[in-house]
Design a protein. Structure first.
Lengths: 54, 565, 243
């Protein structure tokens, strides 16, 4: 968890250094959405490897 | 003792490499272990295997270096998708989900899954990792270094000056202008899989004429100084790392080729596609030559190192060696993203104060074969095995007799080429072997050539320009000299992707070639990679025996065992 | 109950044009996924006898994947070779439960393919019938040996049945999770699309106005470099963004 904050710091520093200020609000929203997605397992790999009936 | 682990992955060609006290100990591509071709997933298995091989615990690792900057990549993906608003709408959710849900956290995931402290895990820059692999593994104390690929964080092409243990960045060309993405787009256009089909396009090119230069001039413009520009409307300008092509390209060049349609190079249709491949190859060669000449002008160096996915184009490398004005050229054996893992590890080691590693003499950096386990499994599978008193001699006898032999020795290779550690060997003069190999064993398109392995000391007798600094790793092509009949390994344009073999690079294969020379007068064998269609090169004895029971090869030589069905 | 469902659905499902080919490709991918899991099992099992069995099974799955793929391409050309990933089932489930999983998969496959073979025989499609008949021979063998191994590893017939039940529950739970994930994914795509449409224009304009100076570095440091070149590259990128 602490490690993730380190990465968030790196993200903010990078975007600041490239003067992409206007992207920061968007980034914040995306980060939230990304976290939610991972929390609901939306991104984990799910094998569709069954002999489907339909 | 300083222990540095380098990792690449997330997009394609995941790999792990271990450097201890400045020495390259082991390097493994994840696909070899997971048996999934071009496996992009984080190479935790490969990393663990590296540590196990070196008998080092995860806690004793000083530094783990990831081969690219995930934050810079995120920025490029976001800005390039937004910049083409609203065209990238369909890609946006997937790109964002991948980046912010997973890829940007790669360093944290590495730390968690490997059991290494987060503070020990860092990243380097994508093209710098390529450059480090190219230069520091080369035999040159100083050299110009050119890294050319699809795209790293933002850069697609970069020029460096390597001196001793330092790499200075001199200039770069950025996304979306990229030779790698140009080649990939045309690869997709020709109906092949991107990141696998480029090699096939290179082989196809020899069957066509580069007569479509005018059309290509619309797609890509080469400036004399090495820089170039893609005409972006022809390409699908998405945020993904793969640059596809748009309908404008089909309007210019004609309809794309349907994938997996059987090839008939005598037909007009496929002839046209071959011409497109030939033109693409010529344009790429010229672009690379211009880059190489710029490198020569700027650095004044006599040696050149190449890396990045485009450096896998052996035909272009041969032209660079001949025409760019350098005396010596070296290409890293794992020129693609896997090489970045090794480059990252070396950069980490240099930062910790270690010396530069010794020049790479052999690509056998993987895990060794367990001959005893192989014997046990072979017996359990009901196969016939016998221990050979002279494996080199027996293998040569089989090959000279027209048999197809799978040859499995020592530690598996680093990079996409089989160099005698995991090879299938056959008689280079026998067209029937080639046909049988292509059709029944490797199941490839008929225009794909096979490559020869030759003893280094005799290479110049058979091939023009051999040996050089590229031939031990099969990263260049050489014309077959007149008077030598080698139909199974000679491509339609008279060239061959030669591997020169000596005791330093592949001792077991060198032994076989010497025995072959005693029998046939020629120390040459057809050397193709030991793997089936669509699977990664064989790594362990389990994979090797699985191959034997499912493919019509004549024998498997593994260690000092000869196994047959 | 599943068999009844399959019997009802089968004639309809295969009749939809193009869907049959896609189903066959789905089966090819299932075989390929199974292959990868069995190869991992062969690598990781401590027993030599089981290693050989898993390896032979993996080789069969490879052959099946190829057979399904080729037939799919005959019906509708253009499918790439089946690519599979892995869920690392051997590591996640342990060898005994993994065997139970594989056994159930082979059993269901066998039941389904029996029905399909009959269906295609009745329809007169002898090629597809032959495909399923050939694969059935192997599936029956796989079903048998996995059951035997499961009883051996679990210790008894009763214990084997328990493992099979547990794995069935786990699969049901997985299907539930999968549905949830699909929903989450769908919502995410919707939300991101809305976000792109809303934020896109603003970000695009801002992006164009403020290009970091670094991007203009290109070949500037090199001798004989054309000073105009980096600018030209930058402008092209902007032009491509115009709707």
């Amino acid at each position: 968890m602490i490690g993730r904050l380190r990465t968030v710091g790196a993200i903010l520093r990078h975007f600041a250094s490239r003067q992409r200020w206007f992207l920061l609000p968007l980034l914040f929203v995306l980060l939230l959405a990304g976290i939610l997605l991972v929390a609901t397992g939306g991104l984990s790999y799910v094998a569709p490897f069954v002999y489907s009936i339909f | 003792m300083s222990v540095v682990l380098g990792l690449s992955g997330e997009y394609h060609d995941a790999a792990a490499a271990l450097v201890v006290d400045g020495k390259i100990v082991v390097a493994i591509q994840e696909e070899r272990l997971s048996r999934i071709k071009n496996d992009p997933s984080l190479p935790i298995d490969a990393a663990r295997a590296c540590l196990k091989f070196a008998n080092i615990a995860a806690g004793d690792v000083d530094r783990v270096v990831f081969y690219e900057n995930p934050v810079a990549k995120l920025e490029r993906v976001l800005t390039s998708t937004l910049r083409v608003f609203p065209r990238a709408l369909a890609q946006w959710p997937r790109a964002v989900g991948a980046q912010l849900g997973s890829k940007v956290w790669v360093v944290d995931r590495i730390a968690e899954q490997l059991g290494v402290a987060r503070s020990k895990v860092t990243w380097t820059e994508h093209h710098k990792a390529h450059a480090a692999a190219a230069f520091y593994c080369s035999p040159y104390p100083s050299a110009a270094v050119l890294t050319v690929d699809g795209v790293g964080e933002e850069t697609s092409t970069a020029l460096w000056h390597g001196t001793d243990a330092a790499l200075a960045a001199l200039g770069s060309i950025d996304f979306p202008h990229s030779l790698g993405l140009l080649y990939a787009a045309l690869t997709a256009y020709l109906g092949f899989e991107v990141n696998e089909g480029e090699y096939k396009v290179m082989g196809l090119a020899a069957y066509g004429q580069p007569c479509m230069r005018e059309s290509f001039a619309e797609i890509v413009q080469l400036h004399g100084d090495g820089t170039f520009e893609l005409a972006l409307p022809y390409f699908a300008h998405h945020a993904d790392t793969e640059l596809g092509f748009g309908p404008a390209l089909e309007r210019l060049l004609g309809p794309r080729r349907a994938p997996h349609r059987p090839w008939d190079l005598t037909s007009d249709d496929d002839g046209r596609y071959a011409d497109i491949a030939a033109t693409l190859q010529q344009v790429t060669e010229e672009a690379l030559l211009a880059l190489a000449r710029a490198a020569r002008r700027t650095t004044g160096e006599r040696a050149l190192c190449l890396a990045g996915g485009v450096a896998l184009n052996a035909v272009a490398n041969a032209r660079i060696a001949r025409e760019a004005g350098f005396e010596r050229v070296h290409v890293h054996p794992a020129a693609g993203d896997a090489g970045g893992a090794l480059g990252a590890a070396i950069l980490g080691a240099l930062e910790l104060g270690d010396p530069r590693p010794a020049p790479l003499r052999s690509a056998a950096l993987g895990l060794p074969i367990d001959t005893a386990a192989a014997a046990d499994l072979a017996r359990e599978l009901g196969l016939t095995i016998r221990t050979s008193a002279n494996v080199a001699d027996e293998t040569a006898e089989l090959v000279a007799g027209g048999k197809i032999v799978a040859f499995c020795q020592g530690r598996f290779e680093w990079g996409p080429r089989a160099l005698g550690q995991r090879s299938i060997l056959a008689d280079p003069a026998d067209p029937e072997s080639r046909e049988r190999l292509n059709r029944a064993i490797k199941r490839r398109e008929p225009f794909r050539p096979f490559a020869p392995a030759v003893l280094r000391e005799h290479a110049s007798t058979y091939f023009d320009g051999a040996p050089d600094d590229m031939t031990p790793f099969m990263t260049t092509v050489c014309p077959v000299r007149d008077g030598h009949d080698l139909p199974a390994v000679r491509h339609v344009d008279g060239s061959a992707r030669v591997q020169t073999v000596d005791d330093a690079s592949a001792p077991e294969l060198a032994g076989v070639l010497r025995a072959l020379a005693a029998r046939t007068g020629r120390p040459i064998a057809l050397n193709t990679s030991f793997n089936g269609a669509g699977e990664p090169i064989i790594a362990s004895e389990i994979d090797a025996l699985g191959f034997l029971i499912s493919h019509p090869i004549d024998a498997l030589v593994i260690g000092d065992l000869v196994v047959t069905r | 109950m599943r068999r009844a469902l399959v019997r009802v659905v089968t004639p309809l499902v295969w009749r939809v044009p193009g869907h049959g080919a896609r189903k066959l490709m789905g089966f090819a991918r299932a075989e390929q996924g199974s292959r990868i899991d069995l190869l991992h099992a062969a690598q990781r099992t401590p027993s030599l006898a089981r290693r050989a069995l898993y390896l032979r099974h993996a080789v069969d799955e490879t052959r099946h994947a190829g057979m399904f793929w080729r037939r799919a391409n005959e019906l509708r050309p253009g499918f790439s070779p089946p690519v599979a990933d892995t869920e690392r089932l051997f590591e996640r489930l342990g060898e005994t439960r993994f065997l139970a999983f594989v056994h159930r998969g082979e059993q269901r496959g066998r039941q389904q393919f029996e029905l399909y073979a009959k269906h295609f025989a009745a329809r007169g499609d002898s090629r597809t019938e032959a495909l399923f008949q050939a694969i059935l021979v192997d599936e029956e063998r796989h079903e048998r040996y996995t059951r035997e191994l499961l009883v051996e590893l679990a210790g008894s017939e009763a214990a084997a049945r328990t493992e099979l039940r547990r794995v069935a529950l786990w699969q049901a739970w997985r299907m539930w999770r999968r549905a949830g994930r699909t929903l989450a994914n769908g919502l995410f795509v919707l939300a991101m699309t809305a976000l792109y449409l809303v934020c896109g224009p603003i970000a695009a304009i801002g992006s164009r106005l403020r290009r970091p100076k670094q991007l203009a570095k290109r070949w500037k440091e090199l001798p004989e470099a054309d000073e105009r070149v980096p600018e030209r590259g930058a402008r092209l990128g902007e032009e491509a963004g115009l709707p």
